[in-house]
Design a protein around this ligand. Structure first.
Ligand SMILES: Cc1ncc(COP(=O)(O)O)c(C=O)c1O
Length: 408
């Protein structure tokens, strides 16, 4: 990769170099790192809001105004100030996937009616806890879940998560597919759908929603596949006969690499309009990544620079355990220097690694970085989703802090 591509594709008005200093949310990133210490996640409230508004605008523009609801998938980032901000924005409800997520969302101001619940492998303990939240929109992902929910909440309305045996995701990344050729645990397959409807009927449950989330990280080239999946799911909707709402899951991706183009939301909304515009169905979308991923940076301190064989390694004071996506899903978080010195800095490939004793603890192979002698820190982009929320205390190196930057 050449250094120009490395430094151009991600820059935008609120994340860019100004006078050679990296600026995020109107603030000098170096000053943020000095003030907050490291490792620290910083999130931009303004960027989160912009991302949400962009989704609303696209759906409104194709004529779906008043006919859709966004549910933020809080598994992406459950930082309490962020959830409260989202509640106050009035722009979205919540997609929760565990009883404690429901409790946490409620503690941040959401009411059960705002929450769409879609989970897997529910225990009695889980269900007992969920049953305390009247008004929660429950999506059952198996016949087992329908039976158990039916004994606890007979006569209520439910959604059914279905599995169309078709997946979607970032190109060439099977780890992000939740359905497809390989049989997965998610949702009810067509072959079991009649039995699922029967089970719901036996328990007096009304099936008013069909839900399908079949993968993560899709961009514009995957929109044809999204349309095929939605088209396929109408068979479930028609078979149920009582469906009022359709939840197409999340999965909207953001660029990670220089060659990636941002998801074209007009084309995305056009797909949804073609499929739902002429039908009397309320649409639900539950994005996580799209709302928060590019609104977060991970600030890290440089620990060493050393050449080993042909590779120059740059060490930082945080490892894959506090932001596992690059290691688990092959989704690199690009490292950036906090300042660029001189008019013509030279860039050389360096491999940025963390502080965990595991070979997979590589943030980015061959990052195009300047001479780092005068640099104390690096910032990783795209760290707003599936990072802090998935962190572990592996090697007892799990400590980090989070900061929500409010309007500049
Ligand atoms: C059921 C469900 N909905 C929504 C999401 C959010 O996905 P994303 O963050 O890719 O939009 C997930 C993520 O795994 C999910 O499992």
């Amino acid at each position: 990769m050449n250094s120009r591509d490395y430094y151009t594709w991600w820059q935008r008005a609120d994340l860019c170099y100004q006078h050679n200093q990296l600026i995020f949310h109107g603030r000098s990133v170096q000053q943020l790192a000095n003030q907050f210490g490291t490792p620290a996640f910083v999130y931009s409230a303004a960027r989160v809001r912009d991302n949400l508004v962009r989704l609303h605008t696209a759906l409104n523009a194709v004529g779906l105004a008043g006919r859709f609801t966004l549910h933020y998938a809080m598994k992406a980032n459950r930082f309490a100030p962020l959830l409260t901000l989202l509640k106050q924005s009035g722009l979205c409800g919540i997609d929760a996937c565990s009883p404690f997520e429901v409790e946490h969302a409620v503690s941040c101001g959401f009411v059960p009616e705002d929450i769409s619940f879609t989970a897997t492998s529910l225990s009695w303990r889980d269900l007992d806890m969920l049953a305390r939240y009247d008004g929660l929109c429950m999506d059952c992902d198996s016949i087992h879940a329908i039976r158990r929910w039916g004994t606890l909440k007979p006569g209520t309305a439910i959604g059914l998560r279905v599995n169309p045996a078709m997946g979607i995701g970032r190109v060439d990344n099977d780890k992000l597919h939740y359905a497809g050729e390989v049989t997965t645990k998610f949702g009810i397959y067509e072959e079991q759908f009649a039995e699922a409807l029967d089970t719901a009927r036996q328990h007096g449950l009304r099936v008013t929603k069909i839900h399908f989330h079949t993968g993560c990280g899709y961009l514009t080239p995957q929109l044809d596949q999204l349309e095929r999946i939605i088209g396929h799911c109408f068979a479930f909707i028609e078979a149920a006969g009582t469906v009022e709402r359709v939840n197409i899951g999340g999965g909207l991706g953001v660029p990670h690499l220089p060659g990636d183009q941002p998801l074209d939301l007009d084309q995305w909304a056009a797909v949804l309009h073609r499929q739902f515009g002429g039908r009397d169905l309320h649409l639900e979308v539950e994005p996580g990544d799209y709302i928060v991923k590019d609104a977060g940076l991970l600030l890290l301190e440089k620990t060493f620079v050393e050449k080993k064989q042909a590779t120059t390694f740059v060490g930082v004071d945080g490892g894959f355990n506090i932001a596992p996506e690059p290691a688990y899903y092959n989704l690199p978080f690009q490292p950036l220097p906090l300042h660029l010195d001189g008019d013509h800095p030279t860039f050389t490939p360096m491999t940025v690694v963390g502080n965990i004793n595991e070979a997979l603890d590589v943030w980015y192979a061959e990052a195009m970085l300047p001479d780092l002698a005068d640099h104390s820190h690096l910032a990783l982009i795209n760290a707003g989703a599936y990072s802090a929320a998935m962190a572990s205390n592996h090697c007892m190196r799990g400590s980090f802090r989070e900061f929500l930057l409010m309007e500049a």
